[in-house]
Ligand binder design. Sequence first.
Ligand code: AMP
Length: 282
Amino acid sequence: MDIYKNSYSITEKIKLLKKEGKSIGFVPTMGALHQGHISLIECSKRNNDITVVSIFVNPTQFNNPDDLQKYPRTFETDKEKLNLANCDILFYPSEKEIYPQNDSNISFDLGILDSIMEGKHRPGHFNGVATVVSKLFKIVLPDNAYFGQKDFQQLAVIKHINSEYLKNLNININACKIIREKDGLAMSSRNVLLSKEYRKNASMISEVIFESQKLSKKLSVGELKNWVISKFEQNSYLELEYFDIVNNITLEQVNHWNESNTKVACIAVYAGNIRLIDNIIY
Ligand code: AMP
């Protein structure tokens, strides 16, 4: 695996590979890699000649400085995992490389995406995501980019900026399914930060959303939301931030089941001071 830290050098290398007719798949990450990330790499490897992974803990998407400071950084083990997964190229830029001092802030119009669920509870988060992804796309110039459905709203944001702001790059956005731990907890780099009791209790998040899918056949939207709220009120380790049911394409709130054919239920929960998200398609 080749490692690049410099944007200019990796862009030149990619241009060369493209001239040779090679297709480029790209998996952006913030490191602390787990099987969820590896599944995206496997998907890219199946469909492209060359797979590029980036590791960059993007400061502009953290609305909470404490969360940024605590975010796990495990570069040496990440490198081993990438070698095992047969990743071809790793892009590992410094903060200065992505955000030079004379760089101006970019502001994206994200429509409702910025004011609901993650957008509402993490002000500025998606603008930071859109900023870094557009910078990385312009550096890596992939044919295909791979993102997890675990971050369902982020995926919608990326599809939006790709079609509204980055059309000329001709990048296909590919969505990959959520990879879970044995007990159902969605894999996340933040899971390693959970102490034993919180980790044990965190499995309730997926249990509740799986059960909510079944109950959606019997209860009204309002009744189902109240059921979810009451489940978390009974657990002193977990604090529900939101549970919302939205149209899976527009992400508009669904208040009655007949408002949309396919719905997605999205949840955010605090386990102590660690924030976890998950979702399920109904
Ligand atoms: P992150 O490093 O958390 O920014 O995630 C990088 C990419 O991996 C994003 O596209 C995430 O949606 C994806 N990802 C994270 N966790 C999972 C998971 N459990 N299953 C599938 N994809 C995931």
